[in-house]
Write a new protein. Sequence first.
Length: 309
Amino acid sequence: MRHVFIINPRAGKKDQTARIYEMADRLRSLHGLDCACMLTDRPGGATEMARRLAESGGEVRVYACGGDGTVSEAANGLAGFANAAMTCIPAGTGNDFLKNFGPDLEKFRDAENLWNGPSFPLDLIDCGGRYCLTIACSGIDAQVAEGVHLYSRSPLLNGRGSYLASVAANFLLRPIGHRWTVTLDGEAEEGDFALVSVCNGRHYGGGSTPVPEARMDDGVLNTILIHKISKLAFARLFGVYSAGNYRQLPQIARSMTAREIRIQSRDEEIVTCLDGECFRSRDVVLRLADKRVNFFGPAGCDPNATARP
């Protein structure tokens, strides 16, 4: 079995390439493992590398070393391959995906805790052939994420500064609500929506937990719809939504399960964010993927550790 570390040297605030190379060397010397390191050099690079490794046919364990984007890319490359499994060594800023594992998140920082850990399948969200591991969101939260990418290019703004700049710009310059038709398993609803989030996992946006009962391996996607409200009301109630207490907002929030979700707009493009990566379209179709991805982690770890009953 091969153990391959796919490293994104641009992830997070500090390049951790040297530390990960040393980690791979320790596994090689202590356990006699076949270890290799590969560096991504462009967006989508981790997907290509992971897919080539899986297509080789041999057993392979892939360590995605970066942030949520690197994890998502690796999952896209390995989806559906029975001979391949992946894990994550967090080197990003938010590392929202690993928050699903609760206190075991810290164990993922050292490959010594991972290399012989159990493997288990995780569900995926399929968006036109692109796979999302945790949450696919459309609306104000996706617009903020898109703005963060834009403002982070400025040398005057750090990570927190680009986030605050995006929040301010979206609240001041853009409407909260959008006229959409949202169809859940064939049942359509037309209205003004602030956001629609399709959840396989529970954490995104640096700490928000929209549907805390979502589970990553139950074959169910939990979707939450937030209807349009005033900007003042949205600012006041966002903390309730972010903490996963949507049941306290029955007048604007509705959660349900569905295997296929379609969001359509006649007037403007919809901003959608898949595990932190944004795109625009007037017609977004999200469904429970036919493929799953094998994931491994520390002994006893649980991808639903933070899930509420």
